[in-house]
Each structure stands twice: as structure tokens, then as C-alpha cells.
Ligand binder design. Structure first.
Ligand code: PMP
Length: 288
């Protein structure tokens, strides 16, 4: 079924949802985006996604072409028009139409795109058995070159890493920064467990401040786990007791092998399974 897409200030048919070839989002990856889940008809962690979107836009001096309440209304209308009860929202703001030069300030009006659709999840089997990953040769963007906290349309660094993963027949890969510390996966944040303590790299290491990451930290602390943000090395990943990734699409997924090193007993461990369960309960809770 053809979708209804929100474009700037209204819903249009999918076939009419078009942007110019002169849009700097296309020409330069100049823009920001968010990926948001819908569970049981409720838009998940919406406030946090909106905050991150406005912060990303501010850093790249991009004007969000709509106020916050207008944006919330647009999201709601797009979800409703497409009958999405459990699905995914892609919110994109491009710099808009400019010239073939870089100058972003020539682009008069940034453009808002909202797509609400079904989501392609990893197969259930992968959650039960756990996933294999590799370490990439591609180094994560230097955090002083492209701030990792900005969820920009420029994903080439991650795409190069994803190609390495796919070339090695695994769905995800771990990226390291210029100092050799763990940054993140191509579309997910990294966590490990060692001696009952949970560790995750800080944003400064080159990680997006994931909404799922923040939620999982909170859920873990509610379960009385100590969660430490700390630089991690490849060695830390190889010898940890448990290893998992978090992200809007993946939720919480156990990693059981990295570069041929088996993690724990080769199955997602108890902390990973508990946090996945807590995440599920929270996402599917009945109250607002
Ligand atoms: N890192 C990167 C590079 C991402 O693109 C994403 C989102 N897919 C994440 C981490 C996870 O962030 P979130 O939990 O907000 O989806």
C-alpha cells in the first residue's frame, strides 16, 4: 500500500513526495534525522528524540522549519494516516535547495520529511542465539571533525564499516576511534558486562548518544547494576562476560562472537537477557 508522507507542512502521496536534486541533503549529506519506534500505537521516547533532533540541528546551524508543537502534530498525523501501530518513523530535515556550492546559508528553506512505515527487525532467531560481529579497519570519524552526537545525514563512515561487516557475512561491525578505543557499531551503541559491572563507551569516544542507550542505562540502574561510561579497547571486548548492542531498530541484542573470539558460553548472557526483557516490558507498558 502506498504511504502518505509528510512533506514540509502537509501529507502527500508517496508518489508526490519528492525533493529537488539541488537539495543540499542530497548534494552534501547536509541535514539531520531521527529514527523513532512506535509500540502499541505510542511513539516511543518521543521527547528525547525531539530534543536530540533540535540539538543536532543547532550544532550544524540548521533551522528546523517548524515549531515543536507543530512537529509533534505532524508526527502524530503521519502515524495516524498510515495506520502505524507498531512501526518506525523516519524524520528528516534537509538543508533545502541551494546552489552547487557548499554555502548552506544560500539554501532558503530547510525541508521536513516524515515517513511512518513498518520496520525490518533482525530475525527473532538472532536475538535468541546472539549475533556475530567483526572489528572494522575503517576508523570512526574523529569526534572533533564530525561530532558523533549530531545525527546527521552524512553516514558514509558508518556505511564503509557496514560494507566490511557484510563482506564478512555478519550484520554489524564494531568501529574504533583514532586512538583505538571502541566507538560504536555502525547503527547501534556498544555495551559489555564484566564481573557484574556494565560498561559503555562515552560519546567522546565517537558514539551517538543513543536514546536506547540512555534508556538501557536507566533500566540497568533500576535493576541495581553499576553502569560505567569508560573507554574500552578491543581486548575488553574479547574478554568480557557479555556483550550487547542497543539501538532503536535492534533494541537490545546479544553479541556472541567478535573476530572469532566467543563471548561467554556463546549465547546471550543473563544480564543481556534481563535487559532485553526489561526493555520489552517498558516499550509495551500500558500506562502513558
Ligand atoms: N549509533 C549510530 C551510529 C546510530 O545510527 C544509532 C541509531 N540507529 C545508534 C547509535 C543508536 O541510537 P538510538 O538508540 O537513538 O537509535
Amino acid at each position: 500500500m502506498a504511504l502518505k508522507i509528510w512533506l514540509d507542512d502537509k501529507l502527500v502521496d508517496e508518489a508526490d513526495a519528492k525533493v529537488s536534486v539541488f537539495d543540499h541533503g542530497l548534494l552534501y549529506g547536509d541535514g539531520v534525522f531521527e529514527g523513532i519506534r512506535v509500540y502499541n500505537g505510542r511513539v516511543f521516547e518521543l521527547e528525547a528524540h525531539i530534543v536530540r533532533l533540535y540539538e543536532s540541528a543547532k550544532v550544524i546551524r540548521l533551522e528546523v522549519p517548524i515549531g515543536k508543537s507543530g512537529l509533534l502534530g505532524a508526527i502524530e498525523k503521519t502515524v495516524e494516516a498510515n495506520g502505524v501501530v507498531d512501526g518506525y518513523i523516519r524524520l528528516v530535515i534537509t538543508r533545502g535547495v541551494g546552489t552547487l556550492g557548499l554555502n548552506p546559508f544560500i539554501c532558503k528553506s530547510s525541508r521536513l520529511i516524515i515517513i511512518a512505515d513498518k520496520i525490518q527487525l533482525y530475525p527473532e532467531e538472532l536475538y535468541e542465539k546472539g549475533m556475530k560481529v567483526i572489528s572494522t579497519v575503517t576508523v570512526r570519524n574523529h569526534p572533533l571533525a564530525i561530532p558523533p552526537q549530531v545525527k546527521s545525514l552524512n553516514y558514509l563512515n558508518n556505511i564503509l564499516a557496514k560494507i566490511e561487516a557484510l563482506d564478512n557475512d555478519v550484520p554489524e561491525a564494531i568501529m574504533y576511534n583514532h586512538e583505538g578505543y571502541v566507538a560504536e557499531a555502525t547503527g547501534d551503541n556498544v555495551f559489555i558486562v564484566r564481573n557484574g559491572v556494565i560498561y559503555t563507551p562515552p560519546a567522546e569516544a565517537g558514539a551517538l548518544e543513543g536514546i536506547t542507550r540512555a534508556l538501557v542505562i536507566r533500566l540497568a540502574e533500576e535493576q541495581n547494576f553499576r553502569v560505567v561510561e569508560k573507554n574500552l579497547t578491543r581486548h575488553d571486548l574479547y574478554v568480557c562476560d557479555e556483550f550487547f548492542l542497543t539501538g532503536t531498530a535492534a533494541e537490545v541484542i546479544g553479541i556472541v562472537d567478535i573476530d572469532g573470539r566467543v563471548i561467554g558460553d556463546g549465547r546471550p548472557g543473563p544480564v543481556t537477557r534481563l535487559l532485553r526483557e526489561e526493555f520489552f516490558k517498558y516499550a509495551h507498558r500500558k500506562e502513558k
